[in-house]
Structure formats: C-alpha cells, structure tokens
Ligand binder design. Structure first.
Ligand code: CO
Length: 433
C-alpha cells in the first residue's frame, strides 16, 4: 500500500511537470514546506550548519542541499544527480504556419524520442514565455495549456500499407508539424498563435518576446497490470529518479544527518549536457565550491572534501521485455519490480567502478533492498548519463544506477511499482549512513 501511495505521488508530480521548467517548479514546491531557503547566485550567501537551501539556474536545473553538521573535510559531499528533461518535440520560433487550410506548428526534435509514439496522442504545450513587464524589465513565466491542443494524426493504413512491416517512419521536417486548427486564408498563423499564448499566459501578445515550449501528452499517469503492479506515464526517464532523490532527501532521519547532502537535478541531459545549466556546465562545481568556501572552509579543505565525496548518478535502466529477448545480453536481463539496477560499462559510459559498485551493493543489503546488474549488449551502442561527466569534472567517486523501465524515450513509458520504494530506501541509506 505504501508503494502504491509513493508511486501515486510520483505520478501526480509528473502530471504537474509537463516540461523541465515545470519540473523544477514542482520540486521547489516540495522543498519549501520543509524549510528549504532559496539562494540566488547573485546574492551574498550566509550558510548555517544543518541549514537547508536550494539554488535554481535558469528555471530548469536545481541543486538542493543540506549543510552538514560536521566539517566538510571529514564527511565530503553526498550527491545524488539526475536530470529534469525528457526527449520530445519543441516548438520552433516561427513555428506557426499555414498549409492547405490548416495552422500547423513546426517542431524541432529534442534529444532522442521514439517519434512514432507521438502520433495519435492528445498533445498539448507547456514551457515558459519571456516578456517585458510594466517597468520595462524582462521576466519569464511558466505557461501550460491543459486541454489537448495539438495532434499528429497517423496516415490511414490504406495509404501506408507497409506500416506494420516497415514501422512508422516520420520525416522530421515534413511530417512532424502538429495540427493546431483550421485557418482561413485571411488569418495570419503567427498572430493567431501569439493570441493563444496571450490568452493562456494573461500577458499581452505584444509584450511576449520569446518562448520555449515543450510538446507534452495530456494523458495522466496510471497503474496497470492484473495486480496494478506496473505504472505508466510520460517522462519516467528521468523524473522518476528526480522524485526518488527528493523524497529521500526530505526524510526526517536524512535531514538530521551529519554530512553535506546534495540533490543536483540538471536540464539538458538528453542533448549532451553542455550548457550553462547542464551537468557538463559549471553549475554543480560552482555551487559545491560556494558551499565549501561560504561555510568557513578553505580551498584545501574543499579539495579534501571533494576527495571524500561520492555521487549516485540516478537514471532509468532498460528492463527486460520478453517479446524482444534478442535485444538484451542473456546474462544481464534486469526485471521490473526486482530492485534498482547497477549499470556497468567498461568504456565508462557509466561511471560505475568496482569500489563504488560494492558500496552500492552494501547500501542495498543494509536497506533490505534487492538489486540487479546491467550490461548492454556488446553489439549495440550503449547510452550514457550525467555520471561520467560530473565525476570527471569534480574528481569524485560515482556510481550509475536506475530503476528498470520499459519503452525508454517513448511518450508513454512504464515501470514497476515496487522499484520506486526500493530506490528511495537505498538513497535514504546512502544519505544517512
Ligand atoms: Co535519462
């Protein structure tokens, strides 16, 4: 029952987070009731031992931390890293265009989605708009259309007889624009779209200067299976890991721990992490250094603290799907509802090495949590995570783990109910141990 409640909380969190900007807003809403204080990078900081803080960079990356009671040089940082973004479609700046009586929205592909899964879904838009306020300053505001606003209707099988043999192939430039409405030839598509943004944001269209809009699926999360033992939603990769990390951090025994605890949740993982707020940017090094130097620690103690630090890089893993046995290494089939997955790759696409792996196994055993080990097929290219990037930048020990899930990068992914609680428990053990 507890598992079900925790997963329902996760599904509600995802439904409230249709874009990475919304995800960070949802995470902030969880932190504030636990007395976390927002810090701005432009301000002077004063930190207290045991104090709870968070920093947001450019609306879609967030680092939440608890300052340790003990000196940093003794404890190091305990970091859980994950990502707030998911692959999908993003509206182009001049996306609204007219064709044959329709207003279509041109989109760019963000990261590596399974494009076919975006067809015939009840799609809508969410993101942020930037505008000039009454004082002439530029501000940003979240925007979300709740109703299904857009669609990518499939071609009937009568016009695409080979679809079940060849798969659904969509030409990214010509066949991905989404249908928004019918339009007469006198109506101009871009002012029409600007008026929609105005109506939804309550910001005068002439003041809206730019936007970033994600295409999202309006279908809510759901449990499925004969025993409701599975769940499905969009963006499980990687909002499920973000939710597990924050849930672990907000546990009362964790908040009272001695060490300095950090949840670092980054945008832009799906496009390679190189940006001002991505895992390959300066955000995490900047904040860790600032925590150290603000909290009466000199550079040598900061270096000693980093050398003592450890990171869990949490990102979802590929669960075995019995219809496709040949897609998996036969000795590394990881199963839903069988516990967190330790990801190992000799090429360091995952940051796991034997020592960090042993640490994680030990935390699982101490927390009474089962675990599994994954290695990708040798004849398929392996994905990667933020783990190798952040551990290389900071020189800290790291391990890559994640819960098993099906259909990674589909608009509708699914996973096992038991695994979410398992992951939260081992993360709590990591933070409080
Ligand atoms: Co991911």
């Amino acid at each position: 029952m507890k598992n079900r409640l925790q997963v329902q909380h996760l599904l509600d969190f995802i439904d409230a987070s249709p874009s990475p900007w919304h995800a960070v807003h949802s995470i902030e809403a969880q932190l504030v009731p636990f007395a976390f204080i927002r810090l701005h990078e432009t301000d002077q900081w004063t930190l207290q031992a045991g104090g709870r803080y968070y920093v947001i960079r450019d609306d879609s990356s967030i680092i939440a931390f608890v300052v340790g009671q003990k000196p940093l040089a003794d404890t190091g940082f305990k970091i859980i890293g994950a990502h707030t973004d998911s692959p999908g479609l993003r509206v182009k700046p001049n996306g609204a265009s007219y064709l044959d009586g329709f207003l279509r929205l041109g989109v760019e592909v963000y990261g590596g989605p399974i494009l076919a899964t975006f067809s015939d879904r009840d799609l809508s838009l969410a993101g942020r708009v930037s505008y000039k306020n009454n004082q002439g300053a530029i501000e940003s505001r979240l925007i979300r259309f709740d109703q299904p606003l857009l669609r990518l209707p499939n071609l009937a099988i009568h016009m695409n007889r080979a679809v079940n043999d060849d798969g659904l192939k969509l030409h990214k430039q010509n066949e991905l624009p989404l249908i928004l409405t019918r339009l007469s030839e006198e109506q101009l598509p871009q002012p029409y779209f600007a008026a929609l943004l105005q109506a939804q944001s309550s910001i005068e269209a002439a003041r809206i200067l730019s936007w970033e809009l994600n295409v999202y699926d309006t279908q809510k999360g759901a449990f499925w299976g004969a025993e409701n033992e599975f769940y499905a939603n969009s963006q499980l990769d990687n909002l499920a890991s973000c939710h597990a990390a924050i849930t672990a951090l907000l546990d009362n025994s964790v908040l009272a721990a001695d060490g300095t605890l950090v949840c670092a949740l980054f945008d832009h993982e799906e496009i390679g992490s190189t940006s001002t707020k991505g895992a390959d940017g300066s955000f995490l090094p900047d904040i860790l250094q600032r925590i150290a130097l603000t909290h009466a620690t000199d550079r040598q103690d900061y270096a000693r603290g980093l050398a003592k630090s450890i990171q869990i890089s949490a990102d979802m893993a590929h669960a075995y799907q019995p219809n496709f046995p040949l897609a998996y290494d036969p000795d590394h089939k990881v199963l839903v509802n069988q516990g967190p997955v330790i990801k190992v790759n000799a090429g360091q696409r995952y940051s796991t090495e034997s020592h960090s792996e042993a640490l994680f196994v030990n935390w699982c055993e101490e927390a009474g949590v089962p675990y599994q080990k994954y290695s990708h097929r040798c004849d398929l290219p392996c994905g990667s995570t933020i783990g190798p990037i952040t551990s290389a930048k900071l020189g800290i020990r790291s391990i890559d783990v994640g819960n098993p899930m099906w259909a990674m990068h589909s608009i509708r992914e699914s996973a096992g109910v038991l695994d979410h609680d398992y992951m939260i428990r081992v993360m709590k053990r990591f933070f409080s141990g």
